[in-house]
Structure formats: C-alpha cells, structure tokens
Design a protein around this ligand. Structure first.
Ligand code: NDP
Length: 310
C-alpha cells in the first residue's frame, strides 16, 4: 500500500523540505503521498518539527512512527498521547555544521581574537596565546554531536575531556561519566562546550556550585539547550570575573527577549540558535530511509529512548 506521510510543520518549512523529500523518495524508489494536510486516521508517518500544531496524537490511529526534524526532542518526548516510535534527526549536515560552529567559537576564545577584532586602537600589544595542547577543553555530552566536536577539537591539538551519562570510549578523548566524572570534567575545563540534551536531569546542570568548579576565567560555549545553564548563576559568575566569556546559542525563551541581560553583557555572545541547522537535502534522505525501513518492517534508525528523555 502507498504510505501517507504528513509533514507536520509550518508551511514555510514545507517550502524548504518539499522538493528534497520528494527527491529522496524518488531516489529510494518509494511511491508515497506526502502532504501538509491529511486526515489523521490515514497518516502512516509523521515528519515533525517542534513548532508543529500537532500536540494530540490520539487521532492518528495508524501512525507507524514520528520522524523528528530536529536532533533535540524535548518538545515531544514527554507527550503521553504518542504511542509509536519516535526517531530524532541524526544527519551529516547537522553534525558538520555543529563541528564548524563549535570549533570556530572555541578557537575564537582560545586565540583571544576579540582583543584584535574589537579592540584595535593603535597600540601594539603582543600577547601570545598558549598552544592548543596547553588549553584543556571539556565537552559535556558525548553523543553524535558531542563526539564529533570532541574529535575535531582533539584534532586541533586540544586535550579534550568528555562527559556522558553512561561510560563511553572515544579514542584520544578522556571520557568520564557520573557525578565524580562531572566534577573532574569541570575542574579542568578552560573552555567548556555543552552538547547535552535537555531532560529533567540536565536542566540547570550548570548551576552556581558547578560554575564555581571551573577554572578562573573559563569560557563557556553552549549550543546544547538554554535551560542547561542557570542564567542568574552564570550572570553572577560573569560579573564576578570567574567566567571569562559565554557564547550562547540557545536560551530558555527563544527568540531571546530584547531586554534580556545577555544581550548587553560585555562578555556574552548571543547567537540566534544557529549553531547547526537541519540541512534539508541530507535530512530528507535520513527521514525517507526511516520510511523505507518502516515499510520493510525493519527497525527504525535514531530512535529516542523515551525513558531517558533523549
Ligand atoms: P545524543 O543523544 O546523540 O547525545 C547526547 C549525549 O548527552 C550523550 O552522550 C548522553 O549520554 C549525554 N547525556 C544525556 N543525559 C545526560 C546526563 N543526565 N548526564 C550526562 N550525560 C548525559 O544527542 P546529539 O549529540 O545528537 O545532540 C545533543 C543536543 O544538541 C541535542 O539534544 C540538542 O539539544 C542540541 N542541538 C543544538 C543545535 C543547535 O543548533 N543549537 C542543533 C542540534 C542539536 P550517553 O552517551 O550515556 O547516552
């Protein structure tokens, strides 16, 4: 039977994804009805974006899987009306984009680029930055994105420590887990990158107590999720000079409200949730591969473990 695929996202996203999805279907040799609107009881697969109008999955009686367009699933993972497998986005374009954004911002802080880019005043100040091998970096989260960034940073010469929920082994990365592991991972982090998902366990993970564990002048790069950090604690640590700089891509409220203190803080860089975007052409292939698997009765790829929340 021809599967029906509902694109449950905003119409402007349909404009971006329609052609890549149709090309991916054709490449995979699948005939399907792909639409922005379908009767709920006829939908076999739902391509889902966090801003989708669909919040109640009960009417979707023959749904086989929900295929999330984003890597983060905090907006859907706790939905009690969703009873079918939930897959998240794992895609080459998304990973590569994150690696580029993270390495760019880490290098900016490591090299002290701001002093030259923003502070050009006719004075010849010659400050030599340390080599990467003398700048310990910690990546919290050793999943698809965390591991890719950790490896790229290691490739540039940084000693990299990674921290995850379960013990991991990644070549040439000091892998830690558990509470003691977090303590060590923070104590050594001159630059800290957050690539954890938002769950009940990770919310406010970086609180005042844990910020205090970071070395004096540490720099934070957060492309994970805004609520991983206690904002008031971070602002206090920045004001006290304990944290040297925070580059933040994600926030509790997005867009970040114009009056939020982060915008005006001299040692905060705000980027508008652009660290890495799902890339339509590569992501469409990932989505359609899962449809193909569903139709062949094979297990779906990139499934979310709903008991863990990511
Ligand atoms: P993964 O699910 O592949 O990896 C998550 C990692 O976090 C795993 O290593 C996991 O541990 C670890 N983790 C989860 N919970 C805990 C915990 N309680 N304590 C310690 N470690 C924990 O996710 P991705 O790497 O694909 O993505 C990470 C996040 O990046 C996304 O959830 C999303 O929020 C964010 N993101 C941001 C984007 C942006 O543009 N700003 C774009 C894309 C994603 P374990 O290995 O043991 O499972």
């Amino acid at each position: 039977m021809t599967p029906n695929i509902l694109f449950a996202a905003r119409p402007e996203q349909w404009d971006i994804y329609e052609n890549p999805l149709k090309s991916a279907l054709s490449e995979a040799g699948i005939t399907a009805n792909l639409a922005l609107d379908l009767p709920p009881e006829e939908v076999d697969y739902m391509i889902y974006a966090p801003n989708s109008a669909v919040q109640d999955f009960t009417p979707y009686t023959r749904l086989k899987a929900v295929l999330n367009l984003w890597a983060g699933v905090e907006n859907i993972v706790g939905n009690q009306t969703l009873k079918v497998p939930l897959a998240r986005m794992v895609d080459h374009g998304l990973t590569q984009g994150m690696v580029e954004w993270v390495t760019g911002h880490v290098l900016r802080h490591h090299l002290g680029m701001d002093a030259h880019i923003l502070g050009q005043d006719g004075v010849w100040r010659k400050t030599i930055p340390p080599l990467a091998e003398d700048r310990p970096v910690t990546v919290l989260g050793l999943g698809v994105l965390g591991q890719a960034c950790a490896k790229a940073l290691r490739g540039l010469g940084f000693p990299v420590t990674g921290w995850s929920r379960s013990p991991r082994e990644v070549s040439d990365i000091a892998c830690l887990s558990g509470d003691d592991g977090l303590l060590k991972a923070l104590q050594s982090a001159e630059i800290l990158v957050l690539l954890l998902p938002l769950t009940a366990e990770t919310e406010n993970l970086l609180n005042a107590e844990r910020l205090a564990l970071l070395p004096e002048g540490a720099m934070i790069v957060n492309p994970g999720r805004g609520p991983l950090i206690d904002d008031d604690a971070l602002l206090a640590a920045l004001d006290a000079g304990h944290i040297g700089h925070a580059t933040l891509d994600v926030f509790r409220v997005e867009p970040l409200p114009p009056a939020h203190p982060y915008w005006a803080h001299p040692r905060v860089t705000v980027t508008p949730h652009i660290a890495s975007e799902t890339r339509a052409i590569t992501a469409a292939r990932v989505i359609i591969e899962n449809v193909q698997r569903g139709e062949a009765g094979e297990p779906f790829l990139h499934l979310v473990d709903r008991s863990k929340g990511y």
